[in-house]
Design a protein around this ligand. Sequence first.
Ligand SMILES: [Zn+2]
Ligand SMILES: [Zn+2]
Length: 357
Amino acid sequence: MARRQEQESAREEVTEVARDVLRMELPIRMPGLGHVNMYALIDSEGAAVVDPGLPGKATWKAIEKRLAQAGLEVRHVHTVVVTHSHPDHFGGAARFAKEAGAKVIAHREFRFGVMEQPEQPEVSVDDLTKQVDDSPTEAASHARVLKGWNARTPWGGEHPKPGFRTRMKWRAAKMLGGSFIPQVTHPVRAGDRLVLAGREWIVTHTPGHTEDHICLHDPDEGVFLAGDHVLPTITPHISGLAFHPDPLHNFFESLDRVAAIPGISNCLPAHGHPFEDLAARTEAIKQHHFERLDRVKAIGRELGPANVQAFSQKLFKPRSWGGMAESETYAHLEHLRLSGEADSHRDREGMLVYETG
Ligand SMILES: [Zn+2]
Ligand SMILES: [Zn+2]
């Protein structure tokens, strides 16, 4: 697969991507991703930052360096906005709160590591390339540390065990008390208005990739902070492991919701480069999932009654097999079941078995 822009390594340069909005690329090592964009929104008081990277020293060093390039110091950051509860987005938030007294803004349902959701990778299995030794993402592994390693998936499969280094890293993080998980001081909901970069931004709730995902837009200048909801060339991971019974349906609704925002001409994603046409990109992402749903139905016709693992192994290439592929397959099967296009029952071993017409 050609290298995607979301996989490019973090560049040092700081670029103004909208009026008083600076893009600062921070390094991350996660499957399928090479950097995360922290945006600094500058005003007369200092700056608000959106999605300040992974927890840890390497990120913090990069943050200090990028801020310095813009003539800023950590103490100037009065606000952190977190688009959703993945560690590559909230990693620096707790430290900004501690060192700069920054307020932390996130959706009021922001939660991390408190539910049976050990499978929370960032990008769709289609877009993963093996970059690092540990294939499950750090997010996935961390949630598992908090909940224990051996939980069974709702469809009866086993969660994949993360690599040794990931396990050790998160065990250490747990011993530190999970102090990198921020306290949200200013929870927001859909329709709330925030003043950032000296102008008003509107919050849109966009569940799908996570249930607590938010996007922000500036209606006057047509700028849209997309988080992971709409990425330029890859599709975000939609996990079947969610509180909501049909996360894929939620995701479609959230894509339609942002496509309907009038006047957007500048989309700023959390990974990859800015792009212009939000509606076209949301449509392309939906098409990808519609094709996948058709493929799942065809597999069902071919296999007859089959469990999630069997579906996932037809849907994905062997190198992608495992819990993440099963989680995405499960999300698609449940979407078909809840829209009346599939049936399910449990077999004697407790495995969910699906039939598509
Ligand atoms: Zn994410
Ligand atoms: Zn992300």
